[in-house]
Ligand binder design. Structure first.
Ligand SMILES: Nc1ncnc2c1ncn2[C@@H]1O[C@H](COP(=O)(O)OP(=O)(O)OP(=O)(O)O)[C@@H](O)[C@H]1O
Ligand SMILES: [Mg+2]
Length: 257
């Protein structure tokens, strides 16, 4: 088997669709037969919950793996979707932001603890927390590519510029091979003039690195996690499902999967 593609899904801004993208892009890639692992690297544990791993069923979690008390392979769980697996997180992980500070090679804990288990997969998606702290920096230090979900609203461009500067810093520091895979517009409402303006600015600014597919605002996408299902199981015909399927096509092509 060839090396897995490690894709970090990152944006320091909260609530822009990182987790929704990790879960549903992951499910879409799995439906194409790509063995996919989602690493929940957010102490909020939203991806774990959204994929049906209850909070009291996460003794084997990312914190325990990073702390060295659990093997990564023992913490990885199957989901209701064939070929889709998750390494869950819980609030314990919040401590890692602090503990990692003292650890040697503190940016490389993810890579060092997870790379062997990752070999079983075609794709690894890292659902990053809404901050540029050590958890996200660990994701970026290990990743080959970064996918940035962006909500087309007033402060989006400032936030994006800051994130791009951070990616440059990581490239010069811990991970020279890191590349921006692209930006995906999320919760997009085409009737909103500001959203159209932000879209046009982002496309001009990041020529060719904004996916054609936009994820529309779709209530079915926000309902699916409470049923512990990816959108394809919850409502395969919804605009959200169609959009994530189209995004997965673009991404699979761009990654050569
Ligand atoms: N396309 C969409 N249409 C409607 N609701 C959406 C869409 N994408 C995400 N949501 C909802 O918006 C909220 C934030 O989404 P999500 O949790 O994916 O963002 P996030 O960036 O992971 O947040 P955080 O920064 O807290 O981790 C959630 O309630 C989610 O269900
Ligand atoms: Mg999230």
């Amino acid at each position: 088997m060839s090396e897995p593609v490690i894709l970090a899904i990152a944006n320091q801004k909260g609530g822009v669709g990182k987790t929704t993208t990790a879960v549903n892009l992951g499910a879409a890639l799995a439906r194409k037969g790509k063995k996919t692992l989602i690493i929940d690297s957010d102490p909020q544990g939203n991806a774990s919950t959204g994929l049906g791993i209850a909070a009291d069923e996460r003794e084997a979690n990312l914190y325990a793996v990073l702390a060295g008390t659990t093997e990564a392979s023992a913490a990885i769980r199957p989901t209701s979707q064939a070929d889709l697996y998750i390494l869950p997180a819980n609030q314990d992980l919040a401590a890692m932001e602090i503990e990692l500070v003292d650890a040697e090679a503190r940016q490389f804990s993810f890579r060092d603890r997870l790379k062997d288990a990752a070999q079983d997969f075609d794709v690894v998606l890292i659902d990053c927390p809404p901050a540029l702290g050590l958890l996200t920096l660990n994701g970026l230090a290990w990743a080959d590519r970064v996918l940035v979900p962006l909500q087309a609203e007033f402060f989006a461009l400032e936030g994006l510029a800051f994130l791009l500067r951070t990616l440059d810093r990581v490239k010069r520091g811990s991970n020279a091979s890191l590349q921006l895979l692209g930006v995906v517009l999320t919760m997009y409402d085409g009737r909103n003039r500001l959203a159209q303006q932000v879209e046009s600015d982002v496309r001009t600014h990041l020529r060719g690195r904004v996916f054609k597919t936009k994820i529309p605002r779709n209530v079915r996408l926000s309902e699916a996690p409470s049923h512990a299902q990816p959108i394809f199981d919850y409502d395969e015909r919804s605009s959200g499902a169609l959009a994530y399927a189209a995004l997965s096509d673009e991404i699979a092509t761009s990654l050569g999967l």
